[in-house]
Design a protein around this ligand. Sequence first.
Ligand code: PHE
Length: 342
Amino acid sequence: MMREKIDQLLSEVEELKAKSEQEIEEIRVGLLGKKGKITQLFDDFREVLPEQKRELGQVLNKLKTAAAQKIEELKSVLDENPETKESAYDLTKPGNFFEFGSRHPISITRNEILSIFTKLGYAIADGPEIEDDWHVFGALNFPPEHPARDMQDTFFVTTGDNPILLRTHTSSVQVRTMEKVQPPIRVVCPGRVFRNEAISARAHCIFHQVEGLYIDKNVSFADLKQAVLLFAREMFGENAQIRLRPSYFPFTEPSAEVDVSCNICKGKGCNVCKGTGWLEIMGCGMVDPNVLEASGIDSKEYSGFAFGMGVERIAMLKWQVKDLRHYFENDIRFLREFKTEV
Ligand code: PHE
């Protein structure tokens, strides 16, 4: 009985084949594991009559060695011929779906602003976020005692003569452009700016701007109005109206704030426009001759206009976001709202 079982198993062992490491492990457990067939035979061996022990013991040991050898052999065959190995990956399975990301609403808005102006022939200019006083204030006609130069309003990196600071507007990039090239100049300058403000729903110490500069012969305030009107209609719809209110900036004369008709109540008055029917979207003006001269441009030959807007503000108005802080907190539920916009 026992002898037959051993012989039977021995011939089975010789025929064994395996396509994967897992199969080999199953074979090993089936033969030599705690409840394996060979282990079981060793248990039965204890009951064998003493006169048969010698012979049966020999064949049983032979079987055990043969099984162990076969398992080793199967392993090395598999290692040497990986193509016979059944892949650990099932290539017929459907793939995992990776969700597309989406652009941040500030990037979407900035890109939209830039594309309106690049269509008008403006180039995009870039400059450093850590700047010196000259490029942020001095060259822009800020008097030495101007409040923007106060520690309360600006983050200073160094003090002293021409201190290093975090730029408070991207007008500094316009200065760098004027220093490098002679008119005609048409640039838009997108970028991060920094102001020493308490963070609230309407203000943040970091925000984004796009500022623009247009300098050529005979540029007039009418050209400025036209550019701003075109921008407002591209951004807020073809029925958008604009209105200019006199204002003051050290680097422009005359200066104005631009309002756009409220796109929510269509000018009737609502809580977004605080009942006025108008929303403030940017500052602008004709470049002060002092500013042109400070950067080496002849103010008798050339004139120009400049404008500057906050990207967060435009985005808030466009999507009626009431709290600016949403743009900085990266709450995934908020960001997913902009999924369709690429
Ligand atoms: N630099 C101004 C600001 O940061 C915006 C501005 C730019 C105003 C150009 C007029 C002309 O507020």
